[in-house]
Design a protein around this ligand. Structure first.
Ligand code: ZN
Length: 683
């Protein structure tokens, strides 16, 4: 294939180098990936063998500039494979993933290249580098060392073996979990047993059963966490118990899909890899590179929250026991009863009916008059739709974003509807990563999974979906407002326990009176959302936090228990280890199992959140403290937005994350606002 045939091989001539989706097809990716890797390998080899002595420019900046083609192909490919995949893209992914990982190893374990990086790092104080460049040199050195570049050759060989085995174990964990989740779906013969479920759910269960050749039955499929959403409305208690037991049995049945031996081996090999790299355990290795710094610091925060969360959960349990009695039943509260009775208490106490809310949350209005409006008030941004740019699916819409002075800032793709070709959940990603060095402006995308309305009807959102839209746009702002020289530091390239913080902050505008009044209007009558409903939304937002915090803390502490094991320890009994870990951490509550139990905790055993599940609440400390700052300083103003943008959003990863926070906040973060928000001030 020649350059002329493959649009990925040359830079796009569309505005902002927007990918020419109308000319890209699946077969363009493999040859473009191969060309991109070959190009970067040649560039890296030239840097490593440069006869000139190493300089910051001829080594570090040269590495930042390398791989332009590979970046372009990867950005388009990984976005499309998530938002609009097909058999061709899936096959490309299976073929290219191991090659990309070997390509990355070849760069990080190149001894001549590392020697140059190391020499520069040793001379760092005499190089006259500015703050961002010095931080970049430190980052490169750290990345090489953490990848094993400084180890003796024999250890590097063992490291490669460990990485290979760990990557195949992760795949096995994932495959086992998927197979066992499918096998454990609960088949119901009698429709009457499904009392309480919405009609649409029953219809979907009938379809799922038919697809498995069980015509006339109903198949209840399992969601990923322990807590199954179905249990909130399923009236039949025996069936609730069956669904709960099926969910918690995943990967733990002693059959061919059992994950116990797999996860024990993963924990062991990770500990060995950490030891090889000079750390006492995997958590120390991972968290050293996060803002928490040490496993002890992360654990301390969790331990501080645990007793109050558990006390609140016990108070909620007492209230649920009363609700059980009120309903005329005479059984004790079991884990499979919790969300069912919690839902009844919520309805009775707050009287919130989702169907009553939706007409006030029309998608386009929420986007333009809510999400965009808040960004205009805070940062002076304006948005113009660009229907002229070619998209990869008709549901994706492109907006050009302009800065306060009217100058071009970037492009924002809004891809909000669910479809078979899109993965679940909501996320932000980049098609073009901004960088002053490469003279690139951002092209970002927000994906949601909102059910598409029938032709000609408006999309009416749930309150959750409104919050998610503001959240994901918070990530988009982090990237759009990024003003770093180096692409390595652009926008959301910050530590994992920091990255959720700006997006969580953006959720504060959802119920902010001035913003809410601007977007929450009845789609037919234009009437504002009644104050009565606004009040209920505010009040109900903290209900159930005892349960939610406890199940989350339990999973986070379990994650740290597995990853603070040393290389000499092999766990014999997974169930006993888990029970002891929860007991020791003070989060063992019989009615509240951890959000994920070990045998189906995919986040930590295959999805890159190992020793990192604590991150969500770590980020939330910063988020709640920042919300407090906005409130203290007058809320939704340009001055506040500009300060947050200047000190934090625009910096991306170009300086120490906590130093950026302190520059913004004027002090270290305080935990009280988080405790207040989650109702954890009781003990
Ligand atoms: Zn997020």
């Amino acid at each position: 294939m020649t350059t002329a045939d493959n649009p990925l091989l040359t830079a796009s001539d569309l505005p902002y180098e927007f990918p020419p989706f109308d000319r890209i097809s699946g077969e363009h990716f493999l040859p473009a990936f191969e060309a991109g890797m070959a190009e970067q390998s040649a560039e890296v080899e030239a840097i490593a063998t440069n006869p000139e002595p190493p300089t910051f420019d001829n080594t570090i900046v040269a590495l930042e500039r390398s791989g332009e083609l590979l970046d372009r192909v990867s950005e388009v490919f990984f976005n499309l494979n998530a938002s609009h995949t097909d058999d061709t893209l899936r096959a490309v992914h299976a073929e290219i993933a191991p090659k990309l990982s070997a390509h990355s190893d070849a760069i990080h374990l190149n001894p001549a290249l590392f020697a140059r990086v190391e020499r520069l790092y040793e001379e760092r104080d005499s190089l006259g580098l500015d703050e961002e460049s010095a931080w970049l040199l430190r980052r490169y050195h750290l990345d090489f060392v953490r990848a094993g570049a400084a180890l003796p050759e024999a250890d590097q060989a063992r490291l490669r073996e460990l990485n290979t085995e760990l990557s195949s174990l992760a795949t096995r964990f994932q495959d086992n979990l998927l197979a066992d989740t499918n096998d454990l779906a609960v088949l119901v013969k009698d429709r009457e047993e499904l009392a309480g479920l919405p009609e649409a759910t029953i219809a979907a269960a009938a379809e799922a059963a038919a697809a498995r050749g069980e015509d006339g039955g109903y198949l209840l499929t399992l969601a990923l966490p322990t807590r199954q959403p179905l249990l909130a409305s399923l009236e039949n208690r025996a069936l609730r118990e069956r669904v709960f037991r099926a969910a918690t049995a995943r990967g733990n049945r002693g059959n061919e899909h059992d994950n116990k031996a797999v996860l024990v081996r993963i924990a062991r090999l990770r500990a060995e890899r950490a030891a090889l790299l000079g750390y006492p355990h995997h958590a120390a290795y991972v968290i050293e590179d996060e803002t928490a710094g040490t496993a002890e610091a992360a654990t301390e925060l969790l331990h501080r929250l645990a007793p109050v969360a558990v006390a609140n959960a016990r108070a909620e349990a007492a209230e649920l026991a009363e609700e059980i009695a009120r309903s005329g039943a005479d059984h004790a509260l079991a884990p499979w009863d919790w969300t069912f009775y919690a839902e009844r208490v919520r309805k009775r106490r707050f009287d919130i009916d989702e169907a009553e809310l939706r007409p006030y949350f029309e998608l386009d209005r929420v986007l333009r008059d809510g999400v965009f409006h808040a960004a205009t008030m805070l940062y002076g941004l304006t948005f113009t739709e660009r229907p002229d740019l070619p998209v990869y699916h008709p549901d994706a819409r492109v907006f050009e974003v302009f800065d306060a002075d009217g100058g071009p800032l970037g492009l924002f793709i809004a891809d909000f509807y669910a479809r078979d070709s899109k993965r679940g959940g909501a996320w932000m990603n980049s098609y073009r990563v901004p960088s002053r060095l490469l003279e690139r402006k951002p092209v970002v995308v927000n994906n949601l999974n909102v059910t598409k309305p029938p032709e000609g009807e408006p999309a009416l959102l749930s309150f959750d979906e409104v919050e998610t839209m503001f959240h994901e746009f918070g990530h988009a702002l982090h990237e759009l407002l990024s003003d770093t020289r180096y692409p390595t530091f652009a926008g959301t390239n910050v530590p994992r326990d920091f990255v959720e913080f700006p997006s969580q902050v953006n959720e504060m505008w959802v119920l902010w009176p001035e913003v809410l009044a601007n977007y929450a209007c009845h789609y037919r009558t234009g009437e504002p959302l009644p104050e009565r409903l606004v009040e209920k939304l505010r009040e109900s937002s903290t209900y159930g936090e005892g349960f939610a915090t406890t199940e989350y803390l339990a999973a986070s502490l379990l994650d740290l228990a597995w990853h603070t094991l040393d290389a000499d320890t092999t766990v014999e009994d997974v169930a006993a280890f888990q029970a002891q870990a929860l007991e020791k951490a003070g989060v063992a509550v019989e009615e509240i199992p951890p959000r994920y139990a070990s045998t189906y905790f995919a986040h930590i055993f295959c999805n890159g959140y190992s020793a990192g599940y604590y991150s969500y609440i770590w980020s939330e400390v910063l988020d709640a403290d920042t919300v407090e700052w906005f409130r203290e300083n007058g809320g939704l103003t340009r001055a506040n937005g500009d300060h947050f943008r200047r000190e934090l959003l625009s910096r991306g990863g170009s300086k120490d994350a906590m130093a950026a926070f302190r520059a913004f906040r004027g002090r270290d973060p305080e935990i009280e606002p988080l405790l207040k928000r989650r109702g954890l001030t009781g003990a």
